[in-house]
Write a protein that binds this ligand. Structure first.
Ligand code: SAM
Length: 240
């Protein structure tokens, strides 16, 4: 089901993409609706995720990019919402040798906020999710308000409903997490922002890039260095 009313969404897509672009978005949405009606699509919709069943949260499922209620020039570069796998997430975070207590964890493209909940298993100073879909931000806010994890160390959650390119990175050591949230043009802007923040105020900055499809900006960076690699993620670092 679409997250916004169809006429409002159509008008916005028409304004932004013109007639041909709108036809393309419509075709993508129709294909998605048809997939949902296949046996595997129906099973997926009724699947109860173990994490959500345990904590009463709503983090599972997929929201196609065409269904996101977003007002951003970078809408077209967004990937669909789906949550990070907990095993890969914890493997990445645990591989970092750091004192979490001084570090701000930031998920750029945080969706329904499952990573924020998982990050609260570590004693981070702050945990910030940046997400440009208002509906997903609302769901994430509800999730962080009800989540009570057995290993939870902090409730210092913040959800910022904005485009990742517009988010001013806070001072202090950072762990920036991204799960393949957007295409190369947006990733380049985000990496540029990280580089500027690092140079303006030198401090340790780690970037965990899960499902690292767009690595060009990192390969070309003189500021961030690749420090770890896994079949599912890459980790880059500015030493500070
Ligand atoms: C693959 S999901 C990852 C969700 C979450 N980070 C996780 O790992 O569970 C990507 C998310 O990025 C969001 N997104 C895409 N482009 C964005 C942008 N320019 N600014 C903010 N959020 C964005 C999408 O709405 C979607 O929720």
């Amino acid at each position: 089901m679409a997250l916004t009313s169809l006429p409002r969404k159509l008008a916005r897509v028409l304004r932004r993409d013109g007639v041909f672009g709108t036809v393309r978005v419509l075709a993508k949405n129709i294909a998605h609706e048809l997939r949902k009606r296949t046996p595997s699509g129906r099973a997926a919709q009724h699947h109860v995720d173990a994490f959500d069943a345990r904590y009463g949260t709503d983090t599972w499922g997929q929201v196609e990019a065409g269904e996101l209620d977003v007002d951003s020039e970078f809408y077209d570069h967004a990937t669909r919402y789906e949550a990070s796998w907990s095993t890969s997430f914890h493997r990445a975070i645990a591989s970092l040798d750091m004192d979490h207590s001084g570090v701000t964890f930031i998920d750029l493209g945080s969706g329904k906020g499952r990573t924020l909940l998982m990050a609260s298993d570590y004693p981070f100073k702050r945990i910030i999710g940046v997400e440009f879909s208002a509906s997903l931000c609302d769901i994430a806010r509800n999730n962080v308000s009800i989540y009570r994890g057995e290993a939870q160390k902090t409730e210092a959650f913040e959800i910022v409903c904005d485009d990742a390119t517009q988010f001013p990175l806070p001072d202090g050591p950072l762990l920036i997490y991204m799960y393949h949230p957007f295409g190369d043009p947006v990733m380049r802007r985000v990496v540029d922002n990280i580089e500027r923040a690092a140079i303006a105020t030198p401090r340790p900055i780690h970037v965990v890039y899960m499902n690292p499809v767009h690595q060009g900006a990192y390969r070309e960076s003189n500021v961030l260095r690749e420090v770890a690699e896994d079949p599912h993620f890459k980790i880059y670092r500015y030493p500070g």
